[in-house]
Design a protein around this ligand. Structure first.
Ligand SMILES: [Zn+2]
Ligand SMILES: [Zn+2]
Length: 343
């Protein structure tokens, strides 16, 4: 089968013939229909700290085309998505069924043992599968994984009908947070985002207003629009300084939920947070319930992420498109169709 393979940080991904994986007991083989290019894939290649030979791709949807032993009711032809998580089953988190918080978690697409879906076929364990409901397209199904990150963050945050929600940064995760905050019933969802393209995306996802914080005074504009400071702030960027910014503009008793992943050390003034009794929380990954909720919301029509879908490319176009995405951060979600238009 053909796959786009990571070789080193200095070389573009290489489209090659590789051995097709076949399912062991408890696994099924998938024909990949769509797989999203994730910012994490770009970061991993940039950092170059993973072994050559990895096939990326953890945001995917496909059709079962091969069954291992003991796979229960799963059938060839089932349309599915899969949590790209390999958990240990033994740590404290796993014993509580919080598999997304497993201490020894390994993600599909970041390990030679668990190849990802930038390929015509991949293999997944049945315990990670979810059926894609009829009427949900493969394009949307391939975005269930990033949307599950957004869904989990919103579900862990108190949002009421009077809540004024601020979303800092509307890449794919922030864009999903906008839509789930609306579904949760927030009075106003306002976005702070420097990119015009991403402000437009936020509005298409249902935001009430989008502010460019480099051009306008953020807090003043929020107060004009909503009549008060934000009660809930989602930090979806992961850059030092943004937690402090959130603390400075939050209403008293507000909740700040950090979803953006920052690898650097960050600083903030606890005193300002104490004075207004803020709650600072963090959200990571997803569980099965998040995948199920996202698929339900897509099936019912409550969630429509189609504005997040920027373009679809074939496997042959991956190396060039990937290099371009590493330097120019435009668009939201590029999907790969390894089936060549067949699915
Ligand atoms: Zn991702
Ligand atoms: Zn574990």
């Amino acid at each position: 089968m053909r796959a786009a393979v990571y070789t080193s940080k200095d070389e573009p991904l290489a489209v090659r013939d590789v051995e097709q994986p076949h399912p062991n007991a408890g696994e099924v083989g998938l024909r990949v229909a769509r797989v999203g290019i994730c910012g994490s894939d770009l970061h991993v290649k940039e950092a170059g700290n993973f072994p050559g030979g990895i096939v990326f791709g953890h945001e995917f949807a496909g059709v079962i085309d091969e069954l291992g032993e003991g796979v229960g009711d799963w059938r060839v032809g089932d349309r599915v998505v899969s949590l790209p998580i390999h958990h240990c089953g033994q740590c404290e988190a796993c014993l509580q069924d919080k598999i997304g918080l497993c201490e020894r978690i390994v993600f599909t697409g970041y390990s030679l043992d668990h190849s990802g879906a930038y390929a015509e076929h991949t293999v997944v364990p049945t315990h990670s599968l979810h059926k894609v409901p009829d009427g949900v397209t493969f394009d949307n199904a391939a975005m269930v994984e990033p949307l599950s990150v957004s869904r989990r963050a919103v579900s862990r945050t108190p949002i009421g009908k009077d809540s004024v929600v601020l979303v800092i940064g509307t890449g794919p995760i922030g864009a999903g947070v906008v839509q789930f905050a609306k579904i949760a019933g927030a009075a106003k969802v306002i976005v702070s985002e420097m990119s015009e393209e991403r402000r437009d995306l936020a509005m298409a996802m249902g935001a009430d207003a989008a502010i460019d914080p480099s051009a306008e005074p953020l807090l003043e504009r929020i107060e004009q629009i909503a009549g008060k400071r934000p009660d809930v702030i989602f930090e979806c960027v992961g850059v030092p300084g943004l937690i402090q910014q959130a603390i400075e503009i939050a209403a008293y008793e507000a909740t700040i939920m950090v979803v953006g992943v920052c690898f650097d050390q960050d600083h903030f003034h606890p005193n300002m947070a104490v004075k207004r009794e803020l709650t600072l929380g963090f959200s990571n990954c997803y569980m099965h319930e998040d995948f199920a909720a996202v698929l339900d919301a897509m099936a019912s029509g409550a969630l429509d992420p189609s504005a997040m879908h920027t373009s679809t490319i074939g496997l042959d176009e991956v190396p060039e498109a990937f290099e371009k995405l590493m330097t120019t951060k435009t668009g939201c979600k590029t999907l790969i169709d390894p089936s060549g238009g067949a699915l």
